[in-house]
Design a binder for this molecule. Structure first.
Ligand code: F0G
Length: 459
């Protein structure tokens, strides 16, 4: 059969409150034209993030009832440890309350002034933790990863030539580590090939530089390798994931993504000394090493989620449903970052709204239009999030103006996708009427979360 259906049945439902257009006009104004400031109940389809928002399975909910809440040595920890070990093969597994806590421990220990951390593209919290330690984070994404319309299969790859050059320029001793983000969230949810990971590893080996993986979306990356990389079509996703981790010296993981959990994460590694230091920091910041800031029930949910995430019928539905939306947009020539990613589709607001200049934030304007037209919540990834000011206070725009539609796992069905496509097409048809925005309030750091805006009179 041709039809790919959601490989689950719905047992428990969460009603959606359906707002009207006039209500949304008022709600958006009250939220100062920033979707982060909307109440979730006023959103019809919430695509703000795929992090911690997924639907748990009945098996996971049953596991939650089995959570062993002992302070030390709980059964749930051993089940969690065994599930993580099965995939990563890492001897030291340290639970944390979410991905950024793993980053904080790792870079507190390995970063520091004068050090560099090299990556394909660092996620914001990873970069923030690196910089907080005094080190500098450097993105070395391959050239095709920066091209909006390239259909290259592995646009998340690091540029090997640039990696070699950077190491020889600064000297291996200055490189704290190389950390590759799979899939590359900030670069469009694009995958990294096994060949690229192996090249990075051999360069790191030659210079004795540690090689880590930011593994939040390891299952989606493994499935892309199965579909796109020669020699992997016959392997299972679990085997590909195991091979991926076998290359690395360690990993950070947010279990809020590819572990179907609402909270949690881990830090895993091979180096015993680093693991001991990590556990010492863990005890100060997160908790005893067998719970690390999580309840026993959370560890159960992660353990079961890790078994479920590598199921290929799920991954087929997951990747296909986002590609399906992409095809609907292609039919109307609506610009987005090609090809569709593993967890999200990134609309190209610059191409969508060419009449709005970067100073008037086309991504934010598009995110607002999606909400007004259909109650869709998305997030701007452009000059609101990454823009800086020069000495004269003039905006230095970001290179791209994107709007991310990130899909919670197992939550929405095909008819939600059809509705979403209809909304985007409608917005596209009326795009000339969309007005740019100006900022009326902002904070010095991470301004996108709380900034306030108002529409400009005339574009
Ligand atoms: N690394 C990547 C690649 C991520 O996408 C995230 C989170 C983290 C690390 C941090 O993990 O949230 O558990 O502390 N990304 C979310 C997002 C927030 O919306 O993309 P965390």
């Amino acid at each position: 059969m041709k039809t790919i259906f959601e490989p689950f049945r719905i047992k428990s439902v969460e009603p959606i409150y359906v707002t009207t257009y006039p209500e949304r006009v008022e709600l958006l104004e009250r939220a100062h034209f920033n979707p982060f400031l909307l109440k979730a109940r006023d959103v019809i389809i919430d695509l703000l993030t795929d992090s911690g928002t997924g639907a748990m399975s009945s098996h996971q909910w049953a596991g939650i009832m089995m959570g062993d809440e002992s302070y030390a040595g709980s059964e749930s920890f051993y089940r969690f440890q065994s599930a993580v070990y099965n995939i990563t093969g890492m001897p030291h597994i340290i639970p944390v309350h979410q991905g950024r806590a793993a980053e904080n421990i790792l870079f507190t220990l390995t970063g520091g002034t004068g050090k560099y951390v090299l990556s394909n593209t660092l996620f914001d919290t990873t970069r923030a933790n690196i910089e907080y330690s005094g080190a500098e984070g450097i993105d070395l994404l391959c050239a095709e990863g920066k091209q909006m319309n390239s259909e290259a299969p592995f646009k998340g790859n690091i540029d090997i030539e640039k990696l070699r050059n950077f190491i020889s320029e600064k000297g291996a001793a200055a490189i704290a580590m190389v950390i590759i983000t799979i899939t590359n969230n900030s670069g469009g949810g694009q995958p990294v090939s096994m060949a690229n990971l192996k090249k990075v590893k051999s360069i790191c080996n030659a210079h004795q530089i540690p090689f880590f993986i930011d593994a939040c979306r390891f299952a989606e990356n493994s499935y892309f390798i199965k579909l796109r990389e020669p020699g992997y079509g016959e392997k299972t996703v679990l085997e590909i994931a195991q091979e991926t981790f076998s290359i690395a010296d360690g990993c950070t993981m947010s279990a809020k993504k590819d572990a179907f959990a609402n909270i949690g994460g881990f830090l895993a590694m091979r180096d015993e000394k680093l693991a001991e230091q990590s556990r010492n920091l863990l005890i100060i910041n997160e908790g005893f090493p067998t719970y690390g800031g999580l309840a026993g029930r959370d560890l159960e949910a992660i353990a079961i989620g890790l078994e479920e995430i590598v199921k290929e019928d799920y991954l087929q539905y997951r990747i296909r449903s986002i590609a399906y939306l992409g095809e609907k947009l292609d039919a109307e020539n609506i610009p987005y970052l090609k090809p569709t990613g593993g967890h999200a589709l990134y609309l190209d607001a610059k191409g969508f709204l060419p009449h709005i200049s970067a100073e008037h934030y086309p991504g934010q304007a598009l995110a607002c239009a999606l909400y007004l037209t259909g109650g869709i919540r998305s997030v701007e990834i452009g000059s609101v999030m990454f823009g800086k000011y020069d000495q004269q206070g003039k905006l230095i725009p970001h290179s791209n103006e994107l709007v991310r539609l990130a899909f919670p796992r197992r939550m929405y069905t095909q008819s939600h996708m059809d509705y979403l496509a209809e909304v985007i097409v409608e917005v596209f048809k009326n795009r000339e009427q969309i007005k740019g925005l100006e900022i009326t309030y902002e904070t010095q750091y991470l301004r996108h979360f709380t900034a306030k805006f108002r529409p400009i009179e005339k574009n």
